[in-house]
Write a protein that binds this ligand. Structure first.
Ligand SMILES: Nc1ncnc2c1ncn2[C@@H]1O[C@H](COP(=O)(O)OP(=O)(O)O)[C@@H](O)[C@H]1O
Ligand SMILES: [Mg+2]
Length: 262
C-alpha cells in the first residue's frame, strides 16, 4: 500500500488576513494488488477543496502540517501524481493518439512503443476507436477521456481530479462517472477528486470528506460503498435506485449545508 497523506495541513495565501484551510488531514491509499481509495472532497464554494488538491499536487506549499507520499514530503509536482483540471488543454491540432503519445514522449517512452501504448490507454477510457480523430472533432466528454488517458500515461500512483466532469452535460457526465470507476478499478490508482455533485460523490467515492469554509476544515467523513458495488458488477441505475442511496444523499446534503444560514 502506498499512501498520499495530508497531516493537519493548513494553507495561508500571501497577503490574505486569514488561512484558507486549517488543519485538514486526508489519507489516500493505493494498493498494488487491488483497488485503492477513491476519496472525494465536497463542500461549499471557497471551503478549500482546490487548495487541498493543489497541496497534494505539490503546487501549493502548506503553511502548516505536512503533505507526504509514503512518508516523503511533497516538494513539488511529480510523476507519481497526475492532475486533471476541469478544462484541461489538449493540443487541438493533434489526434487523440498523438496527444497521449506526447505525454509518453515526455516520460521517455521510445518512439516505436508510443502509438501502441497510447491506444491501450485510449481503450482504457473507452476511446479505442477514436485514436485518429483530432481533438476539435471530439465531444466534450471524449476530450475529457483523452485528458484522463494522457494523465495515465505517466503511470501515476495517484490521480488528482478537480471537478473533472463539471463542464459536461448531465448525460455525458453520468457516463463519465462509470468510466472513472472502470478506470479506477483497472488502473489501480488512488484517487483524490473534487466535485460539487452530491450524487456524483456518492456514486464514485469510497470515502467522502465534507469541508466547510471559514477557514476550510473537515466537518464529516463518510465511508461509502456504492462505487465498490458498481465495480463488483451491480448496474449503476440499480445502485442509484436503492433506498440506501437516497438516505445517504439526504445525509450528505445535510452535512454540506449544516450551519449555513437559511
Ligand atoms: N491563489 C490564491 N490567492 C489567494 N486566495 C486564494 C487563492 N486561491 C484560493 N484562495 C482563497 O482560498 C479560499 C479557498 O479557495 P479554494 O481552495 O479555491 O476553494 P474551493 O475549491 O473549495 O472553492 C477562498 O477563500 C479563495 O478565495
Ligand atoms: Mg475549487
Amino acid at each position: 500500500m502506498t499512501h498520499l497523506t495530508l497531516d493537519k495541513v493548513s494553507v495561508h495565501y500571501d497577503g490574505q488576513p486569514a488561512p484558507a484551510v486549517e488543519r485538514v488531514s486526508l489519507d489516500i491509499g493505493k494498493s498494488d494488488s487491488g483497488r485503492g481509495d477513491f476519496v472525494v472532497l465536497v463542500g461549499r464554494s471557497g471551503c478549500g477543496k482546490t487548495s487541498l488538491l493543489n497541496v497534494a499536487a505539490g503546487l501549493v506549499e502548506p503553511a502548516g502540517g505536512l503533505a507526504t507520499v509514503d512518508g516523503r514530503p511533497i516538494t513539488g509536482p511529480g510523476s507519481d501524481r497526475a492532475v486533471v483540471f476541469q478544462n484541461d488543454a489538449l493540443f487541438p491540432w493533434l489526434t487523440a493518439r498523438e496527444n497521449v503519445a506526447f505525454a509518453l514522449r515526455l516520460r521517455g517512452v521510445p518512439a516505436d512503443k508510443r502509438a501502441r501504448r497510447a491506444d491501450e490507454l485510449l481503450s482504457l477510457v473507452k476511446l479505442g476507436d477514436a485514436g485518429d480523430k483530432r481533438i476539435w472533432e471530439l465531444s466534450g466528454g471524449m476530450r475529457q477521456r483523452v485528458g484522463l488517458a494522457r494523465a495515465l500515461a505517466a503511470e501515476p500512483e495517484f490521480l488528482l481530479l478537480d471537478e473533472p466532469l463539471g463542464a459536461l452535460d448531465a448525460l455525458t457526465r453520468e457516463r463519465m462517472q462509470t468510466t472513472l470507476l472502470d478506470l479506477w478499478a483497472a488502473a489501480q490508482v488512488g484517487v483524490l477528486m473534487v466535485t460539487h455533485g452530491i450524487e456524483e460523490a456518492l456514486v464514485l467515492a469510497t470515502r467522502i470528506v465534507v469541508l466547510a469554509p471559514g477557514p476550510g476544515h473537515v466537518v464529516r467523513t463518510f465511508e461509502t460503498h456504492f462505487g465498490r458495488r458498481y465495480a463488483a458488477g451491480e448496474p449503476i441505475r440499480a445502485i442509484k435506485a436503492d433506498p440506501a442511496f437516497a438516505a445517504a444523499r439526504a445525509e450528505l446534503t445535510d452535512a454540506i449545508f449544516e450551519g449555513e444560514a437559511a
